[in-house]
Design a protein around this ligand. Structure first.
Ligand code: TYM
Length: 332
């Protein structure tokens, strides 16, 4: 069976609706048809300073959320990136094959380092996309389900794979991004010209999956829209309203056109109220399941240990091929 692989950083207490609709939902939906590898990118998280206790706790919470949203450990390997040493090991080899200028072109580094000043940003933040390429290439997946903001990293991954294959021998499969057009970029509720983001959004701009559902409902009812009255989908002209329609449609399964029809002649208040209801109905059981899973430490640890065992098996095999092809001395 062809494989899919994707990862998420454990850098917040909760995943948000951008993560869920842009990526995680596709993980859940694809898992029956592929061999799946899903991981929590703790090595990526430490590219910026983390409180050690908080990071470890968030890693476990991330695992609980993945299971709660429907990733089935029987069908999918769920693991922690640092439990599979081959990620960092292949990351080094690929760093040695990446041009400095090539790494510099990655826009996420420019955005993320702009805040602290480039001189203060870690070298790890700079090489982050190369580690991500290693994450992916180790498993030779066909698809990588992600949101739009990861597209450039996937392009770098394909470039590096092609370079390695032609310099040595065909080793890697060129992975394709799997990006859902409709939900590729969920925007901030308070600033709908920007994406919803763990690091950049204000609390009021993010709908967190583990928030008290009442808080989420309130955030949605306070979402920024526009000065018109008409409810229609137009992401360029009406990003706030379109975002609400997108969220509603993705969760309720009602096509956007049908929603627009049902809201004809009604106001933004009605739309917000209905979106809030749909979101509350969705997050309430999710939140309860997550909290339940968090209670059973051994069960969660077992899932992650099984996942790491499956991942290590595949990753070590690829790494051995890579070391051999690059000319590293093989242990006797
Ligand atoms: P991260 O942790 O920032 O986000 C996890 C996933 O959520 C998607 N996403 C969004 N999609 C739509 N709208 C939004 N507002 C939104 N915000 C986030 C992201 O595109 C992502 O798919 N570099 C990755 C983690 C990673 C990874 C990998 C992913 C590390 N190694 C290998 C795939 C394969 C990241 O920081 O995602």
């Amino acid at each position: 069976r062809p494989r899919i692989l994707s990862g998420i950083q454990p850098t917040a207490d909760s995943f948000h609706f951008g993560n869920y609709l842009g990526a995680l939902r596709q993980w859940v939906n694809l898992q029956d048809d592929y061999e799946n590898f899903f991981f929590i990118a703790d090595l990526h998280a430490i590219t910026v300073e983390q409180d050690p206790k908080v990071l470890r706790e968030r890693t476990r919470r991330s695992a609980a959320q993945l299971v709660a949203m429907g990733i089935d450990p029987a069908k999918s390997a769920i693991f922690v990136q640092s439990h599979v040493p081959a990620h960092a090991q292949l990351g080094w080899v690929l760093q040695c094959m990446t041009g400095f200028g090539e790494a510099r072109r990655m826009t996420q580094f420019k955005d993320k380092s702009a805040k602290q000043g480039e001189g203060a940003a870690s070298v790890g933040l700079f090489t982050y996309p190369i580690l991500m390429a290693a994450d992916i290439l180790l498993y030779r997946p066909q698809y990588v389900p992600v949101g739009e903001d990861q597209r450039q990293h996937l392009e770098l991954t394909r470039d590096l794979a092609g370079r390695f294959n032609s310099r040595y021998k065909k080793t890697f499969r060129l992975p394709e991004p799997y990006i859902m057009k409709e939900t590729a970029k969920i925007v901030d509720l308070q600033d709908p010209t920007r994406k919803m983001s763990k690091s950049a959004s204000s609390p009021a701009g993010i709908v967190e999956m583990l928030d008290d559902p009442k808080v989420s409902a309130k955030k949605i009812r306070s979402a920024v829209t526009d000065s018109e009255m008409e409810i229609r989908f137009d992401a360029a002209e009406k990003p706030g309203v379109s975002n609400l329609l997108t969220i509603h449609s993705a969760i309720s399964g009602t096509p956007v056109e049908q929603l627009v029809e049902s809201f004809a002649g009604r106001g933004y208040g009605d739309l917000k109220k209905e979106v809030a209801d749909v979101v509350v109905d969705f997050v309430t059981p999710f939140r309860n399941r997550t909290l339940e899973l968090m209670e059973d430490r051994t069960h969660l640890d077992q899932i992650l240990a099984d996942g790491a065992a499956r991942a290590n098996e595949v990753a070590e095999r690829t790494l051995r091929d890579v070391y051999e092809r690059v000319g590293l001395a093989l242990p006797g």
